[in-house]
Design a protein around this ligand. Sequence first.
Ligand code: ZN
Length: 302
Amino acid sequence: MKIYRVLFGLLLLMISFDAYSVLRIVTTTQDLAAFAEAVGGERVKVQSLTQGTRDPHFAAAKPSMIRKVFRADLLLVIGADMEIGWLPPLLQSARNARVQPGNPGYLDLSNSIALLGKSSGPVTRAMGDVHAKGNPHYWLDPANGIRMAQAIAARLGELDPSHKDEYQKRFNTFAQTMDKKLQSWQASLAHLKHKPFIAYHTSFVYLADAFGFLIVDEVEPKPGIAPSAASLSALVSRIDNNEIGLLIIEPYYERRSSRYLNEKTGIRVVVLPQSVGARPDINSYIDLFDAIVAALNDTGGK
Ligand SMILES: [Zn+2]
């Protein structure tokens, strides 16, 4: 019996060692997971609840997601209502006090960002379905990416103070790499400055801000509202009159409307990856912008 007791003791030790040596981070998107991995290194185990191939406004809560949230030490969310349709019931079912809003294990990254598209007046359904608290697609500005990684490094340092310097050091390396890359991305997209584009959804306003092009309209008449025949024909005249040469769209939206606009006006349609994981070759935040820059340059800048 003694040997069993020793083995049991060893097992407990291994479990507790695992529990205290690695922070279990759960993220709502793969972009957040990429930041957590960049600043957490081998001190963290990161799992994303959704895949970058899907529209992050919508997700179906699955038992496997509840299990992940149940075990998490830290939950990272985009916030600004991005996950409003699916995260609250998941948090309730997971019954994990560590990661409830207001506790140190819950980090809403939208609090580190100056959001675009914030309404000063009352929020109504007439503004569309999904952006009532401001535009939540803020990770598509590389400067915001640095802010997000910084906020995550700071929180990791609070949850795991003995490795605080390590998280800060990894963040510094990430920020330095980003600064260098940003210069080359900006040089590579300089020819798009002040060019008018349209987007399917209002996802790319932060990207446009970062690189100096303009998004003058969207295919969706309101965020989250599908286009109608009337709204599409109004767009046809707008594209013709303003010589808008490019329509950018995320991989997960329907293509019928953009095909129609292309047939009627000749506008070029570029499918732009919007998240880490949107394509199998996009595994980091730097990969994401490399892919975005390459896709935009594929158009010849028209
Ligand atoms: Zn959106």
